[in-house]
Ligand binder design. Sequence first.
Ligand code: ZN
Ligand code: ZN
Length: 263
Amino acid sequence: MPMQVTSDVLSVRTLIANVVLIGEPGARDWVLVDAGIPYSGAMILRAVRDRFGTELRPRAILLTHGHFDHVGALKQLAARWDVPVYAHERELPHLTGKTAYAPPDPTVGGGLMARLSPLYPRKAIDLGARVRCLPPGGEVPCLPDWRWIHTPGHTDGHVAFFRERDRVLIAGDAFTNVKQESALAVLTQRPEIHGPPMYFTTDWGAAAHSVRRLQALKPAAAVTGHGVPLKGEALARGLLVLAQNVERMAVPDHGMYVHPAES
Ligand SMILES: [Zn+2]
Ligand SMILES: [Zn+2]
C-alpha cells in the first residue's frame, strides 16, 4: 500500500524495501528514489501509473545506495525509460560491475532476516554509462528544492535526501523505521526507529555519525528504506533517542565489522 508523506512524496513498499516517487499526482515531472527488491519492476510501474495517470517516465532515478533491495528493478526500469541514474561516487564501483559489497554479517541483530543475509545478492550490478555521480555541491539533479547528504557507514557511498522547506528526509538505510533484522517485524511493519540494517553495515563509527547528522536536521517526516514513513513527534522522539544512544541501540556488541576501538 503506497503511503503519502506530503502531497508530492509517496513511499511505495516492494515487500521489504521502499521506493519513493517525488512529484505531485498527475505531474509530468517526477523522480524515482531507489528501485526496490528484485522482480519489483511491475509493482513499481503500477504505482507510477496509479500516481501519474499513465506510465510517464521520470526525469531521473536517484539512489540512496546500491544494495540488492534498493536496485532490484533498476536495470529494467532505467533501460525501459532511458533515464540517467545518480548515486554517490563512492557507490559507483558497485553499480558499474567493478566491486561486490563486503559480505554481510549474519551473526548480528539476532533475527531471521539477519541469519538469511548470506543468501542476499551482493554482486555489483552494471549500469554502464547510465549511472552518474551526484554533483559535488549537494544539489540534486531535477529536484532544485532538495539536497543530498553523504551518510556513510551502512555503505561508503550512502546518501540521504533532504528538503529544507518542509524538512522531509529520505533516509535510505542510514536508519530504519522497522527492526529490519527481524522477519516478524518486517512482516508486521511495526514502526520503531532503529539504526541501519545491522547485517549489511560495515563501518559502525561512520554509521553512528550519520545517524547524528540526520537527527540534527530535525526532520518533520522521514521515509526510510525499510518500515513505514514516520512524522512529527514519533519521529522526533525516536530519532533523538537513537542519536543519543546509537552506540548502545544500533551498534552490535560483536561481529565481523565491530572493532574493539568502536565497541
Ligand atoms: Zn542497505
Ligand atoms: Zn535496505
